[in-house]
Write a protein that binds this ligand. Structure first.
Ligand code: NAD
Ligand code: DAU
Length: 339
């Protein structure tokens, strides 16, 4: 099988790429990635030089970048996206380009063929749930420009299946954590800040809830969907570990041995979704079993960031600083923390 993986140099995409290259040595794997600020070839170092793997720098918004590669592929797995909510709140334009127009380009590239698009969506498309759990038929009520762009991409795919009969499978994972996650998301930001002795800026009252899953469990769920999932079906992939941000922060403080004094409540994220909670029975019926217990997965993650400072320190001293200043300087100083 020829597998094209778009966005394979990012967090989840790189773990999935390594998994496929290492476990299916008879598959040919091509990664196309634009290498935005989160795309990082160091994430794929381990498979550099493997004969069944090739990396191409390219943009899913540029037809000429993807057409030749899509024409060689049997399956296209799309991880490529702008993914970080706080940046979407600052400026949504790149999100609309990649998460909507980029998806349109992939759809046009597979239209009229029997190639399969495996699209990685998100639990954020269901919006905030005060109670209960969202199954795959739950209405889409995205609450921020990132999730609205992702929901638009999803709807476009459904419309192409209905109109042109394109073949797709869709996966909607919940909040992932693990090695190689760019240190602006809650878990890697707080772990690395704790190691550095910097404040941990908790938005609002810290009572926002997410459903956490270890990245290697998500990778295996996507692998299962790629091989066993039904064409035209959507699969939620949640970890079943619903935790408040305060609980996550306390867990990180305990595991890093940092001082509780680093915890600081700052002004909230605009339009902050209160709670995500997935009903993942459908993927379980397909045979998915989680392997990583939450505490064990947190331990692995904290240890990875401790042992891989050469991965994250250069990131945190580069473009990241500019973003960090914009996002946190005023919030932290209002809360009495000058950095
Ligand atoms: P990431 O930001 O770490 O990686 C995204 C990758 O896509 C990067 O390597 C980036 O360079 C690449 N990319 C961006 N725009 C591109 C373009 N126009 N053309 C080609 N490549 C482009 O993201 P992630 O956290 O690994 O998420 C991967 C996918 O999973 C995304 O679609 C995201 O919406 C979805 N998702 C993520 C999570 C999570 O918790 N991380 C949860 C649910 C769903
Ligand atoms: O739910 C899946 C989504 O998870 C993915 O689709 C997105 O691509 C991914 O970025 C992630 O989005 P979230 O907004 O849920 O994750 P984030 O790590 O940004 O934030 C998690 C929670 O922590 C959220 O309630 C906001 C809060 N938070 C985050 C940061 C960065 C803080 O309280 N302080 C912070 O500094």
């Amino acid at each position: 099988m020829n597998v094209l993986i778009t966005g394979g140099a990012g967090f989840i995409g790189s773990h999935f790429t390594k998994f496929v290259v290492n476990n299916y040595t008879d598959y040919q794997v091509v990664v196309i990635d634009k290498l935005n600020y989160r795309g990082n070839l160091a994430n794929l170092k381990e498979i550099e030089g493997k004969t069944n793997y090739k990396f191409i720098r390219g943009d899913i918004c540029v037809k000429e970048d993807i057409l030749p590669q899509v024409s060689e592929a049997d399956v296209v797995v799309n991880f490529a996206a702008e993914t970080f909510v706080d940046r979407a709140i600052m400026d949504a334009s790149d999100f609309l380009s990649t998460d909507v127009f980029g998806v349109y380009n992939l759809l046009e590239a597979i239209r009229g063929t029997d190639k399969v698009l495996i699209h990685i969506s998100t639990d954020e498309v269901y919006g905030s749930l005060e109670e209960g759990f969202a199954d795959e038929n739950y209405p889409l009520r995205p609450g921020n420009p990132y999730s609205a762009s992702k929901a638009s991409g999803d709807l476009l795919i459904l419309s192409y299946a209905n109109t042109y009969g394109i073949r797709f499978k869709m996966v909607r994972p919940s909040n992932n954590f693990g090695p190689n996650q760019y240190p602006e998301n809650l878990v890697p930001l707080f772990i690395t800040n704790a190691i550095e002795g910097r404040p941990l800026p908790i938005y609002g009252d810290g009572q926002y809830r997410r459903d956490w899953i270890y990245v290697m469990d998500t990778v295996r769920a996507i692998d299962l969907v790629m091989h066993e999932g039904e064409i035209g079906e959507i699969y939620n992939v949640g970890g079943g570990n619903i935790r408040t941000n305060l609980e996550i922060t306390e867990e990180i403080i305990e595991r890093t041995g940092a001082s509780k004094d680093l915890m600081v409540f700052v002004d909230d994220r605009q339009g902050h979704d209160r709670r995500y909670a997935l009903d993942s029975s459908k993927i379980k019926e397909l045979g998915f079993e989680q392997r990583y217990e939450f505490g064990k997965a947190m331990e692995l993650t904290v240890n990875w960031y401790r042992e891989n400072e050469d991965w994250w320190r250069p990131i945190k001293s580069g473009e990241f600083r500019e973003y960090y200043e914009k996002q946190y300087r005023e919030r932290l100083s209002k809360a009495g923390y000058g950095e």
